[in-house]
Ligand binder design. Structure first.
Ligand code: SF4
Length: 749
């Protein structure tokens, strides 16, 4: 198969939010080396071990190149694309009369894929499926709820202006391993050192002394799940010490008095036992934040995947607003990407403002939140008989058997499905239950330009990478797979689907929407004239449209010197339009036109937090961790990243290890209300006493998966210990941090 010309090719690593520029060296049609691209305007040569191993995803012999169809005996056989779509048609046929019986699960890799990220919305809209599940409810759903209700936009997420702040308070985030999350900023650790170099400080609040905490000016250990109590006490101090200063937001905020009243009972003394942080330290921290020339609070996964995820996410923004650090240089700011994300468009059903809990799940009655149910509901919705039982599932680039709470129950439930179709590159722990697997392309077989991640980037920039290698003849690109599936869910036969017609329909709808939008750069323009400039279907025209109608675009002739995708292509090292600028007036779309500081839906959860202040800590709780050489579950089949000592270990403080009778390097037994595991123990004073820690994404010991490297480093799945019913109430986000557990020596050696 012919490939890219021999030599170095500038690309963007698609694996994580850092979006590093890489140089890919090709020789004889094969990638021989990958290194950081020092000419990349965004990352300037930075790269992590995962980026240097990217070609192993392309070369992985386990990666699926052709569709698979499951035989009656459970084995799989390779099939042509035509056969595969005919099998999809056969599998979907019994479900067409009962649309409630079909659900969708979209995994985290969707966000990093050129096609899938631009077509997942189209797929959901066109199918009309309402049972939507995603990795979002084991990740950042509280953050989306907060942005929806405070700013009227679910995906407008303020980020810390790390390059210009003087004080950063970071909770539940570990960029040393994760590289940044809901915060795109390559080489974030160097940026944090930059705060120190200019005389500022950064402080990490976390139950574990992470790699980031070790490099911080201060580490403040906190009892897992109590960040909201700490933050509300900080709000209390701001009011008590008369430190509230809205700065430029005066007149743009509603609900200040409500926040003052809510914080009244949360003095530092009232929360000190709950958070295990001295009251005086809470006061000092608050004064330091309020007294800094510029300061910002940032929270990530640990503040979302816990019992009070929404309250924590809300209070982070409240603190930034109350200290005059919101929409200000060095504070929390909104990005302004070169190419806007389709997620920034508000769905028509929320035109008058966001309403949550419009319908409920069948079995446990969980409210929908922003159109989704908690992913932990999926197993019971499949398993419990009755009207509305899920009998068919389409998974898109996800592995919920490992990533969802109660994954073992989901594993059993998936085996009961009448029809399961997976769009995925691997036969993994989840897709081994599929009846048909439709593979996508490798990172080098498709173009790349991140769709939504630039929406939380620390600078206004953008980069396009062309495909490096062609796909095998007859391969159906992922965007086309999604449109074909959508049409078949709507009842079309495999033979009848006209992908170009569907894509035209979708694109014309998108162009019409933007021309009708007040304030759009093509408001009132002729739709046909614009559509005519994009005769080729697919994701590139959507990207071109987003660039051309974006802040620096040519607006279809209105600014002849403006950007187009064609112009971006001439700059393989990317284009950087500079640092963030204040833009809250463009962002806020609430019905009141103001930032809602105290949305009713969120503050209704404060009594639950108050009740938590009165309860005692469990003796031992579990938290999860991310690792530098891993990316959830999806890099465990790369041998060079899995070498070295085993990484799936239970971290435990020496005092807790002694009390539990477990020893370093020996197997321990860990049990929760949901399940139990045996795992090697690693005694470490990284942990605060009373908290133990497992990595996530492991558990590759399931029969039938085809992951030859991962299965040799199977580890255990921490989600077996997460009770599925335990969620952050307002968002439905899973709780995977702060789970009560008991640790003891294992019975086997
Ligand atoms: S930090 Fe690593 S995985 Fe993330 S984009 Fe950069 S090279 Fe890729």
């Amino acid at each position: 198969m012919p490939g890219a010309a021999s030599g170095a090719h500038a690309r963007t690593c698609p694996l994580c939010e850092a979006m590093c520029g890489i140089e890919v060296f090709v020789e004889g049609g094969r990638v021989t080396k990958i290194r950081g691209n020092e000419h990349d305007v965004w990352s300037k040569g930075y790269i992590c071990p995962k980026g240097t191993a990217l070609h192993h995803l392309h070369d992985d012999p386990d990666r699926l190149r052709r569709p698979l169809i499951r035989n009656d005996d459970g084995s799989f056989r390779e099939a042509s694309w035509g056969e595969a779509f005919e099998e999809v048609e056969r599998r979907l046929a019994p479900l067409l009369e009962t649309p409630d019986a079909l659900a969708v699960y979209a995994g985290n890799p969707v966000a990093h894929n050129f096609s899938l990220s631009r077509y997942i919305g189209a797929f959901i809209q066109l199918t009309g499926i309402t049972a939507i599940y995603s990795g979002g409810t084991v990740d950042q759903w509280p953050r989306n709820v907060v942005s929806a209700l405070m700013y009227g936009r679910a995906w407008s997420i303020p980020i810390p202006d790390v390059d210009r702040t003087d004080f950063l308070l970071m909770l539940g985030a570990n960029p040393f391993d994760s590289q940044g999350s809901l915060l795109a900023a390559p080489y974030l650790m160097k940026r944090l050192r930059g705060i120190q170099a200019r005389g500022g400080r950064f402080v990490v609040v976390d139950p574990r002394r992470t790699g980031t905490a070790k490099r911080a000016d201060e580490w403040i250990p906190i009892q897992p799940g109590t960040d909201a109590a700490l933050l509300l006490a900080m709000v209390n101090v701001l009011f008590a010490d008369d430190l509230v200063d809205l700065g430029t937001l005066v007149g743009k905020v509603r609900g200040l008095d409500a926040v003052r009243e809510l914080s009244a009972g949360f003095t530092p003394e009232a929360v000190t036992g709950t958070c295990r942080i001295p009251a005086e330290r809470v006061r000092q921290l608050t004064r330091e934040l309020a007294g800094s020339r510029s300061g910002v609070v940032y929270g990530r996964i640990g503040t979302c995947t816990q019992e009070f995820g929404t309250l924590s996410s809300w209070l982070i923004d409240v603190l930034n607003i109350l200290t005059g650090n919101f929409d200000e240089v060095g504070g929390a700011m909104f990005s302004n990407p070169i190419a806007w994300s389709m997620l920034s468009l508000r769905p028509p059903e929320f035109e008058e403002g966001f309403e949550l809990g419009r319908f409920h799940s069948r079995v446990r009655g969980a409210p929908e939140v922003l159109g989704q149910f908690p992913v932990s509901c999926l197993a019971e919705e499949i398993a419990a008989p009755g009207q509305g039982q899920i009998k068919g599932l389409i998974t898109i680039a996800g592995n919920p058997v490992l990533s969802a709470p109660g994954g073992d129950r989901l594993d059993e439930a998936l085996a009961q499905l009448d029809s399961m179709i997976s769009v995925d590159n691997w036969l993994n722990e989840t897709t081994r239950h599929a009846h048909v697997i439709l593979p996508g392309q490798s990172p080098f077989e498709q173009a790349h330009y991140d769709e939504m991640i630039w929406s939380w980037a620390v600078r206004s920039a953008g980069k396009y990478s062309p495909a490096l290698f062609p796909v095998p003849d007859g391969t159906v690109p992922e965007w086309e797979v999604l449109l074909r599936l959508a049409a078949m869910v709507q009842g079309q036969t495999a033979a009848d689907v006209d992908v170009e017609e569907i894509d035209d329909f979708y694109f014309i709808g998108l162009v019409s929407m933007i021309t009708e939008q007040e304030g759009s750069r093509i408001h009132g323009r002729d739709v046909e004239e614009i559509v005519a400039e994009h005769p080729e279907p697919g994701p590139e025209r959507i990207l071109d449209f987003a660039i051309r109608t974006g802040p620096w675009g040519d607006a279809y002739g209105a600014d002849p010197d403006g950007l187009t995708l064609g112009r971006m292509k001439q700059r393989p090292n990317g284009i950087d339009m500079g640092p963030l600028t204040p833009r809250v007036d463009d962002i806020v779309q609430t019905p009141s036109g103001k930032i809602e500081l105290a949305p009713d839906y969120i503050v209704a959860d404060v009594p639950r937090l108050k009740a938590r202040l009165a309860s005692a800590h469990p003796p031992l709780v579990l938290v999860s961790r991310r690792q530098l050489r891993s990316n959830n579950s999806w890099m465990h089949n790369v041998a060079s990243l899995m070498s070295g000592r085993p990484r799936c270990t239970l971290l435990i403080h020496p005092e807790d290890a002694a009390a539990a009778g477990v020893e370093d390097g020996k197997l321990g037994h860990i049990r929760s209300d949901a399940g139990e595991l045996e795992v090697p123990v690693e005694v470490s004073n990284e942990m605060m006493p009373g908290v133990v820690c497992l990595p996530h994404g492991f558990g590759h010991d399931k029969q039938g998966a085809r992951l030859s490297v991962a299965s040799r480093h199977a580890g255990v799945c921490n989600n077996v210990l997460a009770p599925g019913a335990l969620v952050d109430v307002p968002s439905g986000n899973a709780v995977v941090n702060g789970i009560p557990v008991i640790v003891a020596p294992a019975t086997r050696a």
